[in-house]
Design a binder for this molecule. Structure first.
Ligand SMILES: Cc1cc2nc3c(=O)[nH]c(=O)nc-3n(C[C@H](O)[C@H](O)[C@H](O)COP(=O)(O)OP(=O)(O)OC[C@H]3O[C@@H](n4cnc5c(N)ncnc54)[C@H](O)[C@@H]3O)c2cc1C
Length: 416
């Protein structure tokens, strides 16, 4: 255990998962960090709102039960996780096809073999790929050569048909970009995670995840509505509150916006729109993701009300994700999306509830990693970095990065 000097000040910028996990580990090692959070809540990019009785996550987001880090840090029972069905329903040219999971549901996959989504050889290749990925650890996957996901799928020999009808809509919805430019490492990691566990959503919404971590913090002070404007060596500037001395500053927010040395390299982001509609009935009964294949605004749909929620409303709630770039106003977007839902998926009589425009959803990262050495989180003597942007765009990466930065500081203080 490190020598703890109660005067050692550790400041954390941002109360997303990575900042919260860093605080938790620092607490467990006897420190009392201070978090500075620009908004009025914890959770960062994981947020759930309740409005007019509807429970809505800001952006369709799931946790993957196979993420290695969640078991270590979360009480999964307390989250009352609601399971989504594996696979997806694919809508194409007015018809729908069910794509199951060959490992967990081989009988159902048998139907897929004869569906028009891809050739027989594609289905055999998916099966072989599944088997190979199961044997690889996440670290091994992230040490493989990196290319774009699209190139990797082509290199694996998949036909254009299955790429267009399944891989593109499925992974566009995860990467939040339509060209599958995202790293092939992420493609294989995410696919492995989907094979090995369920996609889940807490009953009270995704925000329960960061809230659970925050509720376990006892020695950490969280200052809300406190935007950090600049992080310098040994100093932190907070909007409206002036400068503050800091022995260690952990930056979990976009560092290119607040660390002057990094401002020449601004972070780029993938974006999306998330629309919610109320309906009297569900066109998809089981809790499964629906994908629209083709050049449409709608990428995926999910009936939020197909899993148990803490909603007081009798109506069904449909989440629609739009990944494609557009210049439409909310009104125009809603009209176009409704038209596509009616014509391509047979979903009608929807009442528009909410539009979330999420411009900074996933950081664009080259050379994606699963983890880093603790020393690599250190930028300068007092400034340390954490956050998914260091590794890969996922909740699991935010957990890993939060752990690593806390350990780096604990080691540093221990050696001093
Ligand atoms: C629409 C969407 C869908 C997603 N889907 C999935 C999914 O299905 N599965 C998955 O694993 N991941 C998904 N993700 C990614 C996942 O949410 C993130 O990887 C994770 O939440 C990142 O946590 P973080 O702590 O690294 O960053 P953040 O959550 O961004 O935390 C940073 C915090 O810093 C605060 N902050 C920013 N600037 C300042 C400042 N100047 N001063 C003080 N505070 C500041 C922010 O308010 C925020 O609270 C999705 C994300 C989005 C947006």
């Amino acid at each position: 255990m490190a020598m703890i000097d109660s005067k050692t000040s550790i400041n954390i910028v941002g109360a997303g998962i990575s900042g919260l996990i860093a605080a938790m580990i620092l607490e467990q090692n006897g420190f009392s960090p201070v978090i500075w959070e620009s908004t009025d809540r914890v959770g960062g990019r994981i947020k759930t709102i309740k409005e007019n009785g509807f429970q809505m996550d800001l952006g369709f987001q799931v946790m993957l039960e196979a993420y290695p880090k969640i078991i270590e840090h979360l009480d999964l029972d307390e989250l009352e996780l609601q399971h989504l069905l594996a696979g997806a329903i694919i809508y194409h040219k007015g018809k729908s096809y069910s794509l199951g999971d060959p490992i967990r549901n081989p009988l159902k996959f048998w139907n897929v073999l004869f569906s028009p989504i891809g050739t027989l050889s594609d289905k055999w290749k998916i099966f072989k790929w599944f088997l190979r990925l199961r044997k690889l650890s996440p670290e091994q996957i992230f040490s493989n050569r990196e290319s774009t996901s699209l190139k990797h799928l082509k290199d694996l020999g998949f036909s254009d048909k299955i790429i267009q009808l399944f891989f593109k809509p499925f992974f566009s919805g995860i990467f939040l970009e339509t060209e599958l430019e995202t790293s092939s490492r992420m493609l294989e990691f995410v696919f492995k995670m989907f094979i090995e566990g369920n996609a889940v959503i807490p009953k009270k919404g995704m925000e329960e995840i960061p809230l659970q971590i925050a509720n376990r913090l006892f020695r950490t002070k969280i200052n809300f509505n406190s935007k950090v404007t600049k992080v310098e060596e040994g100093k932190l500037h907070i909007e409206g509150k002036g400068a503050l001395d800091s022995d260690f500053t952990i930056v979990s927010a976009d560092p290119s916006a607040i660390v002057p040395n990094l401002s020449h390299n601004p972070m780029e982001w993938n974006r999306c729109d998330n629309l919610y509609f109320a309906a009297n009935s569900r066109s998809l009964k089981p809790p499964i993701i629906g994908l629209l294949a083709g050049d449409y605004l709608v990428n995926n749909i999910f009936y939020a009300s197909s899993v148990e929620q803490e909603s007081e409303i009798e109506k069904e709630l449909l989440s629609v994700s739009v990944i494609k770039e557009h210049n439409l106003t909310t009104e125009e977007l809603v009209e176009s999306v409704k038209l596509e839902l009616a014509e391509q998926m047979g979903i009608k009589d929807l009442e528009f509830i909410k539009h979330f425009k999420i411009d900074r959803a996933l950081p664009k990262i080259v050379n994606m990693q699963y983890s880093v050495d603790t020393s690599e989180t250190q930028l300068s003597p007092s400034i340390y970095l954490t956050g998914d942007y260091l590794l890969n765009p996922s909740q699991n990466a935010a957990f890993v990065a939060g752990e690593k930065v806390a350990k780096a500081i604990i080691e540093k203080i221990g050696k001093a």
